[in-house]
Design a protein around this ligand. Structure first.
Ligand code: UD1
Ligand code: CA
Length: 419
């Protein structure tokens, strides 16, 4: 079998972000941009990934760890020069190489798969992912000949007025034949307005050699957007948010306000669950069917919520396993806990899971009733069919079928206020 390798360009500086960090370690929905790019490659089935790092490389390497190999671009001399740094890694491989950018983070894995498939099927040595944009300013333009064959890519700064009118742009993502790319890279020169080694020039070089060059126009042009400043970072977060929310709605989840519901990656939600506005659900959370979540709920990492559960307003849950039919309707923090079925957690209840050194667990059984404003001082176990009186601070385990009251008795001093 032939190799499929991805090269992720992540050496650039990101001046317009006005940041002290590497641009590509900025997060979109809790995940670094460069990690998103790498995960796209993995999800597209590419196992062999090389990241080209440069500016603040230590930060990028800290994020990606040993999930990828690295090459170092010492001086930023253009995208062609960036990919040249991968040559020692590529030279003994045959097959395809996909070029991705660390700052183009929301491309779909399916799009990369399609690009590779087209490249193999049509036997192209270069396949460019392109887009049609009504506002193409800033991008390289795709120059096609009379038979609409792709001839070359011309950068905005080197383009004629006529070429600038072209609306088909270069996304910067490609699939190349590995060995032909290496041969073309060796021919690059920095003879252009920016005095850089342009990766885009390999297209012309390959055409001159008589190789087959093709293009695939991306269906959803938001996928190829990159991040150069904070406004674009926000825009991509928004696009991702809507993409994820739409997916959940297609699966039968009701989302009242798409623009104010923040569901991170890899969340599972069952059909007929309703998500009210201003709810945040972090990565990996699992929610069952027919639940009601929010408004103003914060469902953090590690939660598994069964069917028919209500998590109401101003409720934060973390690493909470919540049984079927249980309700946490208002103003609670439930962290590091396991709650059984059909239990009601009163308003203002808190699991005191942290003693300043370590986190401990609260376990509450089935069919229990927790009154308002109860503190559970973890570790603590509460049985099934229990009632916990409002205002209790529970420090000791509560056996099944008990009523537990843990608060000071009220003392009324009659007439005291008159004296
Ligand atoms: C590039 C393309 C352009 C395309 C656009 C899409 C070239 C010459 N032009 O332009 O046709 O429309 O992308 O966004 O390729 N990088 C490095 N080291 C470098 C230079 C860049 O790692 O020396 C990285 C950047 O961090 C970035 C990516 O490569 O992730 C693209 O570089 P950028 O300078 O943004 O390319 P553009 O000029 O926008
Ligand atoms: Ca760019």
């Amino acid at each position: 079998m032939e190799d499929i390798v991805a090269v992720v360009l992540a050496a650039g500086k990101g001046t317009r972000m006005k940041t002290n960090k590497a641009k590509v370690v900025h997060k979109i929905y809790g995940k670094e941009m460069v990690k998103r790019a790498v995960e796209t490659a993995f999800k597209a089935g590419i196992k062999d990934i090389i990241a080209i790092v440069g500016h603040k490389r230590d930060e990028v390497e800290a994020v990606l760890g040993d999930s990828v190999s690295y090459a170092y671009q010492e001086e930023l001399l253009g995208t062609g020069h960036t990919v040249m740094q991968a040559i020692p890694y590529l030279k003994d491989r045959k097959g395809k190489v996909v070029i991705l950018y660390g700052d183009v983070p929301i491309v779909r894995p399916e799009t990369i798969q399609k690009l590779i498939t087209k490249s193999i099927r049509d036997e192209e040595q270069a396949t460019i992912l392109t887009a049609i944009l009504s506002e193409p300013t800033g991008y390289g333009r795709i120059i096609r000949d009379e038979d609409s064959k792709v001839r070359e890519i011309v950068e905005e700064k080197d383009a004629t007025d006529e070429q600038r009118k072209i609306t088909e742009i270069n996304s910067g993502l490609y699939c190349f034949d590995i060995q032909e790319l290496i041969l073309a890279l060796e021919k690059l020169t920095p003879n252009n307005s920016q005095e850089e080694y342009y990766l885009t020039d390999v297209i012309k070089i390959m055409n001159e050699k008589g190789l087959k060059v093709g293009a695939m126009i991306v269906e959803d042009k938001t996928e190829i957007l990159g991040v150069n400043d904070r406004a674009q970072l926000e825009m991509l977060t928004r696009i991702l948010r809507i993409r994820i929310n739409q997916q959940h709605m297609e699966n039968g989840v009701t989302i009242e306000d798409m623009n104010n519901t923040y569901i991170y990656d890899d969340v599972k939600i069952g059909a007929d669950t309703i998500i009210h506005p201003n709810t945040t659900i972090k990565s990996g959370v699992i929610i069952g069917e027919n639940c009601e979540i929010g408004p103003n709920a914060y469902i953090r990492e590690g939660c598994i919520i069964s069917d028919n559960v209500k998590i109401g307003s101003f409720v934060e849950v973390k690493k909470a396993i919540i049984g079927e039919g249980t309700k946490v309707p208002h103003l609670s923090y439930m962290g590091d806990c396991e709650i059984g079925k059909k239990t009601n957690i009163g308003c203002g209840t808190i699991t005191c899971n942290y003693d300043g050194f370590k986190k401990s667990k609260t376990v509450i059984g089935d069919n229990s009733f927790v009154g308002s404003n109860v503190n559970f001082i973890a570790p603590v176990n509460v049985g099934d069919n229990t009632i916990i009186a409002a205002g209790s601070t529970i420090t000791d385990d509560v056996p099944n079928d008990s009523l537990s009251i843990a608060r000071q008795r009220q003392l009324n001093k009659e007439g005291w206020n008159k004296k």
